[in-house]
Structures are given as structure tokens and as C-alpha cells.
Design a protein around this ligand. Structure first.
Ligand code: FAD
Ligand code: SF4
Length: 515
């Protein structure tokens, strides 16, 4: 008999482990353990989502004829780690007459820490052969990226994305992109001013198994960040497919236009909220893209929306995963700008007078979710401008979002937001002043800071911190052709103006926790 370990983000019937093993002879193990819930203080909804989806998946596997050994969460369980649980079942199964456990089978996990331990320690500890299969739910074939990136000094997502379009055939016609343009991002930067009307907000549709898990999380993880309800996450493939369908019909047509827009009190706008379902395996990335492509083919959604959506998945999502596996373990320790400030208090309690930040914290703690521009251009941008230690901000993103897994969170935060990898992932830092936030949202209208000024006592913190960032990081960026205009603008500031802005930035940095 072989045993297969199924992790909390491997809830797909198409998983390599399930294709290799045989339900007639082999046994699956699934486990809810303390080590996986405690390495950062995960949002309550994230724990509930993963436990509930795992329990539903175990039912599905049993209905399909699999034998599943499932270790349910118990706060005082002697088994703290996945290895503890595997060891326990290995011994228990081996005691059954006529049974011997030959090997452990696993599909590559989403975190270097765990994969490294499996590769290097588990076989010896278990006295068992361990076979690891590649996770082919991802689109980019194993080894392809390493080869592609070999001779490139700097990688560009755009060129990788074009290769993924060719490989999948998505939005392609006779070897060319449909519409003759690969990337329609230039059409996708509109603020939302009340039209078109927003679709109805999602409603909680929990079943008894979800409720059982929600009660457990309330009881044992009540001290973790975030609100537990409303719990809006699909926890089965059927529910996730229904969410996909709702997105395609109600939100996709406007997804592109308002992809970067932010509005006070409106959390979801036209975004899909499918990231968690895709990341834990309830939906396959390719089927999600094909559903979007089909909507375009049937005239239900315009090309700029569909191309923009598909680019996020076969472009960014695949790209960051490849960078993660290519660069780990060194990647997680990078701090290219030498930042050392601890994460300000309000990242955990959400209380700040900066309205844009407080809105992003509100949706984060209420929904275990914020959309990309909120993560990148508000909470991330602020951390970049304020010089926050990359490890602190990475841990925060990993904790507070339901879709956060190391392979996707780390490159997005450390590389895209913090530029801590020296520009390996993105050629230019995503730094912006309050002007950008004012253009893309209504936040500044409701804020007690003044977005129009940079040096006065109530000036928007993003403004002075932006110029402070540009000035102090001059050695890193002055030679970057994509930053030339910015350094020209800096040169145009007169000495007095410049000194006042820098003084304001220093004053803010000295009391960062109080903003
Ligand atoms: P949509 O806007 O509807 O986009 C569609 C899909 O594209 C998403 O569901 C997701 O699967 C994919 N996608 C979009 N952007 C990215 C991206 N940059 N990287 C990878 N996939 C992407 N995404 C995660 O899934 N997990 C994370 O831990 C995570 N951490 C992030 C941290 C930071 C600092 C930033 C800036 C972004 C992070 N993202 C992460 C990417 C992105 O913000 C989320 O995928 C997106 O907000 C999820 O909402 P959605 O499903 O409505 O996305
Ligand atoms: Fe944010 Fe500044 Fe606008 Fe206030 S004024 S909402 S701090 S960008």
C-alpha cells in the first residue's frame, strides 16, 4: 500500500497524487494541525475556509471510493505537525494484518519550508520512500521558466505572459493575439463614479459542515485577526463553479475598465474574489481562463476585460510562482533597500486617520480579502514609502488574506511591492504619491489629510513620504530609464520646497504609529 498526503491547498480531483494512487489499494491522509495554523496569525476566515474545504473534499474523496484517514483539529492533539500525523497513520496502517506501507506520495507543496523538509527529512524520519510529483495544475511546464530566464538579466512578466498565451492558445488567432495587441492595460485604468451599477454583494451560504468549522474557529482561534462572519467563501468545487459563473455574468464585462478603481464602502466592485478558490484547488486556473475567453467569444464581455483577467492568471500568477521556486530559499531574506522600520500598529488594529489605509484595513479584516490595487498601491505602497522591514510586511500579507500562500504572497510583497529583490521581478518600484490614490478613488474626499499638499502640517502622508523615498533611494533608481521623469520632477523642486517636504517626511516617520 502507498499513502498519499493531500494538503489544504491541494483540493482538486485532478491532483497528480490522485492520478498516481489507486483507490483500491492506497490510502489518503489529510490533517488539520497546529504547525500549519500558527506560523503566522492567520485571519479567522482563512483557517475556516481551509478546514471546511478540506472536510468537504474528504467527503468527496470518500464518495469517489477513496479511503481517507483524516486528522481533525484538536487544540490539545499530541500531533502538532503534518509529519507527526503521517507517522501516526503509517504505524497504524502497518499494524493491520497483511498490510505494509511502501511509500509516501505527495504533489509539490506551495511552500518552500514544507517542501524542503519533505525532501530532506521525511524519508529518513519515516524510514519510507517519499515520491514528489510536480503540481501540473499550474500552466507553465516544469523546468520551462528556468530555461527561459537563464540568459536574462532582468525578467519581464509581459514577455513571459506572451509565451503563456502561445502555449495555452488563449485569445490567439493564427499565432497572433486577437485584436493584434497582447496587452490592453491602457484601457483598464478608469475610476468608478457610480456607473454602471455594482452587482449585488455576495451572500453567505454556509452548510452544516461550514457551520461546524466556524464554531471551531470561533472557539479556538478567536484571538486571531479579522471577523469570522459574514463567511462568503465557497468551500466546495460546486460552490466555486457557481461563483465563477456569477463573476462571468455579473462582473467580468466591467472588470477591465474598473480593475484599478477604489471606492469607499464598496469592497468587491467588479473583481472575481476567485483567488482563494483557485489557490486551494477548487477551481483550475486554466478552466477559469477558458470560461472568461468563452464569454468574450459569445459577446458577453469585451476584450479588454477578458484579456486583463486572463493576464492576471496565466501571466502574473504563473510568473510569481516560477520566480518563487527559482529564487527560494534566498529570496525570502532579501532586503535590497535595507529597510528596518517595524510594521506600524494600524496594520493590525486598522485604526488610522489615513482614510485610504483605513478602508483597505476594513475590507481586509471584514473579508480576509482586498483587491489588487488596494494591496499594491495603498497598504503596500505605504510600507514601501515608509521603509518597513520586508519580513514584517510579508508576514502581514501572509496572515490577513484568505488567498495567501507563500509561493504567491512572497514575490508579490517582497518583489512587486517592496522592491526588496533589486528589481528582479519588476523593473520599477510601484511607488506613488497621494495624487495617484486621488485619481483612482474617492478616498481623499473623506480624509482629514490634504492630498493637494506635501509639506504643511495636515498634508497627505503619501506625498512627502513619496518624495522622501525618491530622494533617499536615489542611488538605487537614478539610472533606471523608467524613473528619469521622476528624478527630473525632483530636480524642479526648489531648495526650500524640497527641504520642507523632506522635513515633513522625517516628522511623519518619527511618529509613524500615530498617523
Ligand atoms: P481578480 O482581480 O479577480 O484577478 C483574477 C485572478 O488573477 C485572481 O483570482 C488571482 O488568481 C490572479 N491574480 C491577480 N493578480 C495576481 C498577482 N499579482 N499574483 C498572483 N495572482 C494574481 N494573490 C493571491 O492569490 N495570494 C496572495 O497571497 C497574494 N498576495 C498579494 C500580496 C500583495 C502585496 C499584492 C500586491 C498582491 C497579492 N496577490 C495575492 C495578488 C492579487 O492581489 C490577488 O490575487 C487578488 O487581489 C485576488 O482577488 P481576486 O480573486 O478578486 O482577483
Ligand atoms: Fe490617503 Fe492621502 Fe488621500 Fe488621505 S489624502 S486618503 S492619506 S491619499
Amino acid at each position: 500500500m502507498r499513502i498519499g498526503l493531500i494538503l489544504g491547498d491541494q483540493l482538486s480531483l485532478s491532483l497528480a497524487t490522485l492520478r498516481v494512487l489507486d483507490p483500491q489499494h492506497d490510502v489518503l491522509i489529510m490533517a488539520e494541525v497546529a504547525d500549519e495554523t500558527a506560523y503566522v496569525p492567520h485571519h479567522k476566515q482563512k483557517i475556516a475556509l481551509i478546514f471546511s474545504a478540506m472536510r468537504h473534499f474528504a467527503h468527496e474523496l470518500r464518495s469517489a471510493g477513496w479511503r481517507v484517514c483524516y486528522h481533525q483539529w484538536q487544540p490539545d492533539s499530541p500531533f502538532k505537525s503534518l509529519l507527526d500525523v503521517v507517522q501516526y497513520y503509517q504505524q497504524t496502517l502497518a499494524q493491520q494484518p497483511g498490510t505494509s506501507v511502501e511509500s509516501l506520495v505527495i504533489t509539490r507543496c506551495g511552500e518552500y519550508r514544507l517542501q524542503h523538509a519533505i525532501n530532506n527529512e521525511w524519508s529518513a524520519r519515516l524510514q519510507l520512500a517519499v515520491t514528489v510529483f510536480e503540481d501540473d495544475r499550474f500552466i507553465c511546464p516544469p523546468g520551462w521558466f528556468r530555461q527561459w530566464s537563464r540568459d536574462r538579466k532582468q525578467l519581464r512578466m509581459e514577455f513571459f505572459y506572451r509565451e503563456m498565451r502561445r502555449l495555452t492558445g488563449l485569445l490567439m488567432l493564427n499565432g497572433r493575439p486577437v485584436g493584434n495587441e497582447w496587452n490592453l492595460d491602457h484601457d483598464n485604468r478608469k475610476p468608478w463614479k457610480g456607473q454602471p451599477p455594482l452587482p449585488a454583494a455576495p451572500v453567505a451560504q454556509t452548510d452544516p459542515l461550514d457551520e461546524e468549522v466556524l464554531a471551531l474557529v470561533e472557539r479556538d482561534f478567536g484571538h486571531h485577526p479579522g471577523q469570522l462572519r459574514p463567511f462568503l467563501w465557497p468551500t466546495t468545487r460546486t460552490a466555486a463553479l457557481a461563483e465563477l459563473q456569477r463573476f462571468i455574468e455579473q462582473r467580468l464585462p466591467w472588470y477591465g475598465d474598473f480593475q484599478d478603481a477604489m471606492v469607499s464602502g464598496e469592497d468587491f466592485l467588479f473583481h472575481s474574489r476567485l483567488s482563494a478558490a483557485i489557490n486551494i484547488g477548487l477551481l483550475e486556473p486554466l478552466e477559469v481562463c477558458q470560461a472568461a475567453e468563452q464569454a468574450w467569444q459569445q459577446g458577453q464581455a469585451p476584450l479588454n476585460a477578458v484579456e486583463g483577467f486572463i493576464r492576471q492568471i496565466i501571466g502574473w500568477r504563473e510568473y510569481v510562482r516560477e520566480i518563487y521556486w527559482l529564487q527560494m530559499p534566498d529570496y525570502s531574506g532579501l532586503n535590497g533597500l535595507g529597510y528596518q522600520r517595524p510594521l506600524p500598529r494600524y496594520y493590525w488594529d486598522g485604526k488610522t486617520d489615513m482614510h485610504c489605509m483605513s478602508e483597505c484595513f476594513r475590507t481586509t479584516f471584514n473579508n480576509a480579502w482586498a483587491h489588487h490595487i488596494q494591496r499594491l498601491m495603498i497598504t503596500g505602497n505605504f510600507a514601501l514609502l515608509a521603509g518597513i522591514r520586508p519580513a514584517d510586511i510579508c508576514d502581514w500579507y501572509l496572515a490577513v488574506y484568505a488567498d495567501a500562500f507563500d509561493w504567491v504572497e512572497l514575490p508579490n510583497t517582497l518583489g512587486m511591492v517592496m522592491h526588496a529583490d533589486g528589481g528582479y521581478l519588476g523593473s520599477k518600484p510601484y511607488a506613488a504619491s497621494g495624487q495617484y490614490i486621488n485619481r483612482m478613488s474617492d478616498y481623499c474626499k473623506h480624509c482629514q489629510y490634504n492630498v493637494k499638499t506635501a509639506a504643511e502640517h495636515n498634508s497627505c502622508p503619501f506625498n512627502s513620504l513619496y518624495w522622501h523615498f525618491i530622494e533617499t533611494n536615489r542611488p538605487h533608481f537614478v539610472g533606471n530609464p523608467r524613473m528619469t521623469m521622476i528624478y527630473k520632477s525632483l530636480e524642479r523642486q526648489n531648495d526650500e520646497q524640497r527641504q520642507r517636504i523632506q522635513a515633513r517626511a522625517h516628522e511623519l516617520l518619527a511618529r509613524l504609529d500615530d498617523l
